[in-house]
Ligand binder design. Structure first.
Ligand code: HEC
Ligand code: HEC
Ligand code: HEC
Ligand code: HEC
Length: 348
């Protein structure tokens, strides 16, 4: 079944990975309310709350508890033993005479609406905020974007053709679809290299990125003919919302609202060894968690330690290069023609 195959590889199916479990393991086994603070989004079924209690009280039994399956089909498709889903693609609804399994299902327009996702991807208005901004505000960011006006819902971008993949910041392809990157080629003037790298949010339906967890680094540096970075020539600009590990304060917020852009202006003396100028955009999808897991391990991660170590390794393994391009640092005149990338404009 297509939905099952898709879901199995999606982060919704892995919502109880070691980073979450490692933290839950250190909660008292019977502290169901404390568990709910996490699993109401990560593993919301009542049966999952039960199997989690068992797993915490008997940490050494390798189980196949239902909680391990994360955000399961039923969490979205079942309410009070009744199955729900979107209307069929032709707009029709199931009828009693269709004799469908499990007594059929009820069609609900809610499935095609952004509000369906908001229950887990948007904090309530009185929820946790820093510097006057909610920690999770994706639905409101979307509502303030042109996509809401156009009627482009979360599902349009994250469930195209009703696929159950929910690809996001961990997936290079969808991240590329959400931005336009422009390179201003190098000019060498009075011994200095001048260049710029721009990144515009042209296709992300909310802030780029929406959460406090990812970090996007745009950088330019000089490189020698052997492909080695020349020390002291790197300049960078970080896009993201940086918060303290204990969530006590916001350190910086340079996320890009829909349509907004970031520019890295580069003016650095040309080093003799330099042959090329390198433009690069790197993504660290779980940057916040990398820091959090390191501090949990430093403070003693208790029963959850092995899991937290695994989660730390996973968070580092998720880094990827979104964009990279080299331009030769030759005679200035040769590079006067600007080039456009990803169909974007040279937005300066
Ligand atoms: C019951 C709660 C819940 C609902 C409803 C829900 N999500 Fe999620 N979603 C989560 C959780 C929890 C994660 C994080 C999983 C993980 O990485 O551990 C997540 C992850 C994601 C990601 C991946 C983010 C990344 O880091 O790459 C995307 C995209 C996403 N959801 C989109 C949606 C969309 C679109 C909808 C509505 C159709 C939706 N979600 C409905 C809980 C939910
Ligand atoms: C309102 C819904 C919600 C609640 C409540 C919630 N989370 Fe999450 N969590 C998410 C979403 C959505 C993501 C995906 C964010 C992303 O990918 O940037 C996520 C991602 C994570 C991740 C990183 C992904 C991974 O699996 O390693 C960890 C760890 C995590 N949450 C732990 C927790 C813990 C611990 C709690 C309880 C103290 C909690 N969460 C409560 C929605 C929620
Ligand atoms: C995060 C919530 C969520 C989870 C988890 C989820 N679904 Fe869905 N499902 C949806 C939404 C939303 C739609 C409607 C999408 C649309 O209309 O664009 C949908 C649509 C469907 C459809 C109709 C598809 C079509 O082509 O008409 C089926 C069948 C389905 N889901 C089955 C499943 C199965 C099986 C699982 C588990 C393997 C599952 N879903 C997990 C939210 C979810
Ligand atoms: C116009 C297309 C579009 C729409 C509409 C859209 N998204 Fe996204 N979304 C993206 C792209 C592209 C990314 C990857 C870049 C990024 O992470 O910001 C993304 C990333 C994400 C992520 C990954 C975490 C992060 O920090 O960025 C989550 C979660 C998410 N979207 C949820 C939602 C929800 C919920 C809605 C509806 C309220 C929504 N999206 C609407 C395109 C869209």
């Amino acid at each position: 079944m297509q939905q099952f195959q898709d879901w199995s590889g999606a982060l919704h199916a892995r919502a109880m990975r070691p980073g979450v479990m490692g933290q839950l393991m250190n909660m008292p086994a019977q502290a169901r309310e404390e568990h709910q603070a996490c699993i109401r989004c990560h593993a919301p079924l009542a049966e999952q709350a039960d199997s989690l209690v068992t797993a915490i009280s008997r940490p050494n039994t390798k189980g196949t508890g239902l909680h391990e399956q994360g955000l399961v089909c039923a969490a979205c498709h079942v309410r009070g033993h009744q199955r729900f889903g979107p209307a069929r693609r032709d707009g029709s609804m199931p009828k009693p005479e269709d004799k469908l399994p499990h007594g059929g299902w009820q069609a609900s327009a809610a499935f095609a609406d952004s509000r369906f996702c908001a229950s887990c991807h948007q904090f309530e208005a009185d929820g946790y905020a820093l510097n006057g901004k909610l920690l999770e505000n994706t639905y409101e960011e979307w509502k303030a974007s042109p996509y809401a006006v156009e009627g482009k819902q979360c599902q349009s971008c994250h469930m195209p053709d009703r696929r159950h993949l929910w690809r996001g910041i961990h997936d290079p392809e969808i991240v590329r679809s959400g931005v336009t990157i422009g390179v201003a080629p190098p000019r060498v003037e009075a011994g200095a290299v001048r260049a710029a790298l721009t990144l515009r949010n042209t296709g992300t339906g909310h802030h780029f990125p929406t959460y406090v967890t990812p970090k996007v680094i745009i950088e330019i540096f000089q490189e020698d003919s052997a492909g080695r970075a020349v020390a002291g020539t790197q300049r960078e600009y970080v896009i993201g919302r940086e918060v303290a590990l204990d969530l006590s304060r916001e350190i910086a917020d340079t996320r890009l609202a829909a349509g907004a852009q970031a520019v890295l202006d580069y003016t650095v003396p040309r080093r003799q060894r330099a042959a090329n100028l390198v433009y690069r955009v790197r993504v660290e999808p779980d940057a916040f968690y990398t820091g959090l897991y390191r501090s949990l391990i430093a403070d003693g991660a208790g029963k959850g330690e092995a899991m937290i170590r695994q989660a730390l390794a996973d968070s580092l393994a998720s880094h990827f290069t979104l964009f990279e391009e080299r331009r030769a640092l030759g005679a200035a005149a040769k590079y006067s023609v600007p080039t456009n990338l990803s169909g974007g404009s040279l937005c300066r």
